[in-house]
Design a protein around this ligand. Sequence first.
Ligand SMILES: Cc1ncc(C[n+]2csc(CCOP(=O)(O)OP(=O)(O)O)c2C)c(N)n1
Ligand code: SF4
Length: 286
Amino acid sequence: MKTKESYHLQNPTWCKGCGLFGIFDALKRAAAALEIEPEDMVIVTGIGCHGRLNNYFNAYGFHGLHGRALPVATGIKLANPRLQVVAVSGDGDAYSIGLGHFVHALRKNVGLTYIVSDNRVYALTQGQVSPTTEFGTVTLSTPLGSKDFPIDGPSLALAAGGTYIARGFSGEVALLASLIERGMRHDGFALIDILSPCVTHNKVNSYNWYRQHIVHVEEIPGYSPKDKAKAWEALNDPEKIAVGLIYEEDKPSFEGLVLPDRDKSVAALDLKVDIARLDKIIDTFR
Ligand SMILES: Cc1ncc(C[n+]2csc(CCOP(=O)(O)OP(=O)(O)O)c2C)c(N)n1
Ligand code: SF4
């Protein structure tokens, strides 16, 4: 039987109190609940404080380039669809430099679990403004207050055709673990955006601040994660940040559509190159 300790490889070196500890714990709990063998799981990370997570987790890991976790994870999933592929990004990694990959992975419905540690700041580089930083916030790069209006990952995901959209909070690990576990079971792309305090560089969005600002969607009368209009309404509440399983729908996954056999790798595809045909095409340019 697996426990969360089965996936604990090293003690993290994040700052004391960092929200990433809650994410690490929740991911270990989700993997244990699903009894995943460490060799059947891959964690792909971007660059940022979140990017160290794969070093601490007992599974395969790939520490990629900034904003490029999703294309790497997509390649791994297609090469071996039997693997449980989890990509981990920060809000900068996912919603700034990686935004194009985010939207296209969503619309393709690639079978990945995407964990976004949203601390509303570029943390590793010492606290610059990020795409989710609130308007007016003073950061290292916005000494006069940010003049940019923030974007919201789950709202973007809903607009881009996301089939599993959840938001968790690092301060509520049990709920977060269940959202990640359900996302890992989902056949298709699963976004778990996580409100995750950076206790060092973001003194505004603290654990207490989030506790005062979140609403759990299951407490909204008549809420259904199958109802897109209700999801949109919850995400656009100007007073409260919706947390929980926001939206879920069934749609064929990308690998289910392109691979002839999901129990085999992409090598099962007949991808032989027809050299004569290639030569003919090249000849037209000579
Ligand atoms: C192509 C590229 N541009 C910029 C950087 C510098 N850089 C490293 S991490 C980072 C932002 C980190 O913020 P986020 O993705 O939110 O992760 P966090 O540190 O908050 O977990 C930046 C801009 C880089 N490594 N590569
Ligand atoms: S700088 Fe912020 S995000 Fe990075 S480890 Fe410290 S508290 Fe966590």
